[in-house]
Design a protein around this ligand. Structure first.
Ligand SMILES: Nc1ncnc2c1ncn2[C@@H]1O[C@H](COP(=O)(O)OP(=O)(O)OP(=O)(O)O)[C@@H](O)[C@H]1O
Ligand SMILES: [Mg+2]
Ligand SMILES: [Zn+2]
Length: 151
């Protein structure tokens, strides 16, 4: 007998293995707000089979675009994306931290040219993976507070 904490979805996306505590940030990244028009289930602090705890987000009738996937990877590098079709997992992949982070995060240095009224898109390179740190290509400022700076 299978135990379900939430109703299965027919079509949509399950973001699984989200770092525990990050589900609400994932909702912000994918733009889930009061006016959401598809069913969204959020599971926080669920035991993980790999040990420890995780969060899960399930969204009906939605797939994530590449920018959204990059942002999820930045705050939760081990998250898996499961595309659900007709109640089954049709595709599964682990998000991937992009080598170059372009236009999805702002620089934490107020004096950086990307924070002036110049038409310069913020860009970062990955300085270290664990813990994830990003370096601004314009001012060299290291940003570790990634979720606070996502655009
Ligand atoms: N129809 C569905 N509706 C809602 N959630 C689903 C549905 N099908 C699968 N899931 C969820 O998607 C995730 C991946 O499902 P899967 O069957 O691949 O589990 P798994 O074998 O534990 O995967 P993993 O090894 O990635 O943890 C699980 O969290 C599962 O609960
Ligand atoms: Mg599992
Ligand atoms: Zn900068």
């Amino acid at each position: 007998m299978k135990e379900f904490k939430v109703t299965p979805i027919r079509n949509g996306t399950v973001i699984d293995h989200i770092q525990v505590g990050m589900a609400l940030k994932v909702l912000r990244i994918i733009g889930v707000k009061e006016d959401v028009s598809s069913t969204v289930s959020v599971l926080m602090h669920v035991p993980s089979k790999k040990g420890g705890w995780k969060d899960i987000v399930k969204i009906e009738d939605r797939e994530l675009d590449p920018k959204e996937l990059d942002k999820v990877a930045l705050i939760s590098p081990d998250a898996t994306i499961n595309i659900i079709r007709d109640y089954n997992v049709a595709e599964k992949f682990v998000v991937e931290v992009p080598k170059s982070v372009l236009g999805i995060m702002k620089c934490s240095n107020p004096g950086c040219i990307t924070n002036k009224s110049e038409p310069v898109e913020p860009e970062f390179v990955v300085e270290s993976k664990k813990p994830l740190t990003l370096k601004c290509v314009y001012c060299d400022r290291i940003t570790t507070e990634i979720s606070e700076n996502l655009i």
